[in-house]
Design a protein around this ligand. Structure first.
Ligand code: 13P
Length: 231
């Protein structure tokens, strides 16, 4: 199973250095990927687990103040990068076109994009969620060849589940995974949104899940170990 740790905008310098020590105590067979906040990427020295980033610029290296290019990420050993997280879509107005441009930048450097898709509570309630997710994927993979499309990891993160403690029902997750597979039949698909050591037994019943994208749990190594032991 792939288990991606999305630290989001957490851990200052000292906290991150302690976190690195704690990470070294994890023994797992799972494919753990650590996604620190960008400012901590250069301090990552735990080579046991591959390094991921949380965002990339849609621009190439050059005059783009405040941006971090895919070339720069690569030079720091980044192997994976989250794209289109709902927090960026909502807070930074990131569009489907932006995700497409970012994915292209990452693929140019051989970094594996982890494309986040998911609906709001409102979109679920008004039954537009399938359309929304289909468009998020189709727009994100526009102009990519088959091999490039197949290299992407997709993460289904229903927005109403992120940080709320609410997880969708198994049949709801299965329905979305089926939808994703209609467009990308062979790609790995992760689930993200309040996944934790208490609800993993329930989530595990959905056999199609290839792994998890963890936010809050990524910051609590004790609970994370518990989670990993239950996979
Ligand atoms: P939580 O696990 O904190 O709900 O966050 C999920 C997420 O957004 C991971 O990218």
């Amino acid at each position: 199973m792939i288990v991606m740790l999305n630290n989001k905008c957490n851990l200052n310098k000292e906290e991150f250095l302690n976190y690195l020590e704690d990470l070294k105590t994890i023994r797992t067979e799972e494919d753990l990927i650590v996604c620190p906040s960008t400012i901590n990427l250069s301090m990552y020295d735990n080579n046991v687990f591959p390094l991921g980033a949380q965002n990339v610029s849609k621009y190439i290296t050059g005059p783009h103040t405040g941006e971090i290019s895919s070339k720069q990420l690569k030079s720091y050993g980044v192997k994976y990068c989250i794209v289109g997280h709902s927090e960026r879509r909502q807070e930074q107005n990131e569009s489907n076109k932006d995700t497409n441009e970012k994915i292209k930048m990452l693929l140019n450097e051989g970094i594996i994009p982890v494309l986040c898709v998911g609906e709001t509570k409102e979109e679920r309630d008004n039954n537009t969620y399938k359309e929304v997710i289909t468009k998020e994927i189709n727009d994100a993979i526009k102009d990519l060849n088959e091999e490039e499309q197949e290299s992407i990891i997709v993460a289904y993160e229903p927005i109403y589940s992120i940080g709320t403690g609410i997880i969708p029902k198994n049949n709801e997750i299965e329905e979305i995974f089926k939808l994703i597979k209609e467009i990308l039949p062979t790609n790995k698909i992760l689930y993200g949104g309040s996944a934790n050591e208490n609800n993993i037994d329930e989530l595990k019943q959905t056999k199609e899940i290839d792994g998890y994208l963890l936010g809050g749990l990524s910051l609590n190594i004790t609970k994370l170990k518990d989670f990993l032991s239950k996979l």
